[in-house]
Design a protein around this ligand. Structure first.
Ligand SMILES: [Zn+2]
Ligand SMILES: [Zn+2]
Length: 308
């Protein structure tokens, strides 16, 4: 809980100002993000028949029958291998459009695709990087980090931006601000130096003042104005706002922890797979040596393992 004296400490107040900046950034970005996603979604579904009953795990992507191979970066996560899945005239096509529009060809398939045809935000969720416990079911309900991920990962956003998105080098302002969000919310000390806060808030303002569309977007400009007040420390910070940013930081730290645990689980599974493969190879090796007849088998197992 906040206490009245703590906010007087400069580094802590700076941290609260930075976290509040993220709130205003979200408010400034979500109408724009929503509008661009809606237009892209309308373009994709305009000639498709309605569908309301597909489930993501049961769709056969359109590219599965194209004969040109998988278009997703991680083929192991693509539905095109599931040949008994349903070829839907709507969802199979949307599935491929999502992959093609994804900057890394690696969509986040945590989505309710029974509403893909009607709900542009379920389409948008495929461009998120991670899913938090929050529902993220509307643009207004998606935090700044989620909105930035959708803008960075959805290649259809580039034509609406003056800045070039370059997440490979992380040099563009949108990727930098997504990183800044983590630096603020994962900061367990809850303090920020003056120069860091200034850089963070100026970067958020730069995003909201992107020269193409955001610069003339009313919500983006209202948020940029609030951020400039925060920069000058002219904004009065209420106790409920302070409590809110602490709660948000807590949720962000928990989400990061869950994500790390998930990564550890995946890696542990992979290590287990390789260990089991090694054990199988060891016994096969011994068995073949014992019989004196399996030299070819040992070599074939080795070459299979080596090719993974
Ligand atoms: Zn595929
Ligand atoms: Zn369908």
């Amino acid at each position: 809980m906040p206490n009245t004296d703590k906010i007087k400490s400069k580094p802590y107040r700076n941290w609260v100002r930075g976290a509040l900046g993220l709130f205003h950034l979200q408010k400034g970005l979500y109408p724009f993000t929503d509008r661009i996603v809606k237009a892209e979604h309308a373009r994709i579904v305009q000639h498709l028949p309605p569908c309301t009953y597909c489930a993501i795990e049961n769709i056969l992507p359109a590219h599965a029958t194209s004969g040109k191979g998988c278009i997703q970066k991680n083929k192991g996560k693509c539905n095109c291998r599931k040949r008994t899945n349903r070829n839907c005239p709507t969802c199979s096509k949307i599935y491929d459009d999502i992959v093609q529009q994804h900057r890394f060809k690696e969509p986040h398939w945590v989505t309710d695709c029974s509403t893909w045809y009607n709900d542009h935000w379920q389409f948008a969720k495929c461009f998120l990087t991670t899913t938090t416990k929050r529902s993220n079911n509307t643009a207004a309900d998606t935090d700044a980090s989620g909105l930035l991920s959708i803008i960075i990962n959805g290649e259809f956003f580039q034509s609406e931006l003056h800045y070039s998105i370059d997440p490979y080098n992380g040099t563009d302002i949108f990727s930098q601000v997504r990183e800044i969000r983590n630096e603020i919310l994962h900061n367990s000390e809850q303090d920020l130096m003056d120069q860091d806060l200034t850089r963070y808030l100026q970067s958020m303002i730069a995003v909201l003042e992107d020269k193409k569309v955001l610069r003339i977007d009313p919500a983006a400009q209202a948020a940029a104005k609030k951020l400039k007040e925060l920069l000058k420390d002219e904004l009065i910070i209420t106790m409920s706002e302070e409590a809110n940013v602490i709660q948000t930081a807590l949720e962000a730290i928990k989400a990061a922890k869950e994500q790390s645990e998930k990564s550890i689980r995946v890696l542990t599974e992979e290590i287990r797979f390789f260990t089991e493969t090694d054990i199988a190879l060891y016994f096969k090796n011994r068995r073949c040596k014992g019989t004196g007849s399996g030299k070819g088998d040992i070599c074939s197992v080795r070459s299979e393992t080596g090719s993974k």
